[in-house]
Design a protein around this ligand. Structure first.
Ligand SMILES: NC(=O)c1ccc[n+]([C@@H]2O[C@H](COP(=O)([O-])OP(=O)(O)OC[C@H]3O[C@@H](n4cnc5c(N)ncnc54)[C@H](OP(=O)(O)O)[C@@H]3O)[C@@H](O)[C@H]2O)c1
Length: 260
């Protein structure tokens, strides 16, 4: 079968698809006939009920979607997920990293002031938000290299912009996403030297109605909040429009560049 039949699209990996934006990106990719296979990862497949419901929702999803276990805090699961994909697909054309942590059942909470900073929370934010996508990049590099023009996307956040930081606070989240942006930029430089370059992009999805933003949406006007369905559509439209020249950049959901 010709895997590159659709302008280089064909096989997609969604890293963290148990809920939120990643789940809806997975749903959109299943409905997109340009993709023949979709691998969607989660930390705990046995309790990822929404992802399992999506996988079993119809015959096409059953055939097209494969669920993988991947926890970015556990390198072995990252390697095993990559091995599974390599055994089942000749290449990966699109990999979207959706994992992210802003708060976590009280153990992690965005800091209002310096006195709120907790080393363990900062450490977790950096390991999930910044190091996580880098480990995924390393593990999936050879699958991405096999594609004609693979795209590697990480969901960042506008609050990571240093130039645009006017309100302060949120030390761990801001800094970990800024570190992620630096990693995307650095990866793009390395990956554009390949005979078949891999494009790398950091995307701010906007404010999206998910568990992550739920405690912080009361001061945001309803018009500025996207549903996860809308967010997934916008992210994929922007991603499919990227050219090699745009690799290494930080963009909003509507493809407008964001200052570093
Ligand atoms: N929602 C927004 O307004 C907004 C704004 C700016 C940026 N973002 C970014 O967009 C991305 C998606 O956010 P969302 O709104 O969809 O959040 P969400 O609904 O809270 O989902 C977060 C996802 O990250 C996963 N995750 C957490 N720790 C992980 C780990 N160690 N390994 C693998 N996966 C892990 C979660 O898996 P479990 O289900 O297993 O916990 C879940 O699938 C994040 O990177 C976030 O920072 C979101």
């Amino acid at each position: 079968m010709e895997r590159h039949a659709y302008n280089g699209l064909g096989v997609a990996v969604v890293q963290s698809a148990s809920r939120g934006i990643g789940l809806h990106i997975t749903r959109a990719l299943l409905e997109d006939d340009r993709y023949t296979r979709v691998f969607a990862s989660c930390r705990r497949p046995a309790s990822a009920a929404a992802l399992e419901a999506l996988r079993t929702s119809d015959q096409r999803s059953r055939e097209k979607l494969r669920v993988l276990r991947l926890d970015v805090l556990d390198e072995q699961t990252v390697a095993e997920a990559s091995d599974t994909v390599m055994a089942q697909a000749d290449q990966v054309d699109l990999l979207i990293n959706c994992s992210g942590v802003l708060h976590d059942e009280g153990r992690i909470w965005p800091e209002k002031r310096l006195a709120d900073v907790r080393a363990e929370a900062v450490d977790t934010a950096f390991r999930v938000n910044a190091l996580g996508p880098l480990l995924v990049a390393r593990a999936f590099e050879s699958s991405l290299r096999a594609s004609r023009f693979a795209r590697f996307v990480a969901l960042s956040a506008r609050v990571a912009s240093i130039g645009d930081n006017r309100r302060g606070g949120w030390y761990a989240y801001r800094a970990s996403k800024a570190a992620l942006n630096m990693m995307i930029r650095t990866l793009a430089i390395e990956w554009r030297r390949f005979p078949r370059p891999i494009g790398c992009f950091a995307i701010h999805p906007g404010t999206v109605a998910t568990d992550l933003s739920q405690p912080f949406r009361k001061n945001v006007s309803a018009k500025q909040i996207f549903s996860p369905v809308q967010a997934a559509e916008q992210i994929l439209k922007t991603t499919h429009g990227f050219t090699t020249e745009q690799s290494g950049g930080f963009y909003a959901y509507d493809s407008q560049p964001i200052e570093w």
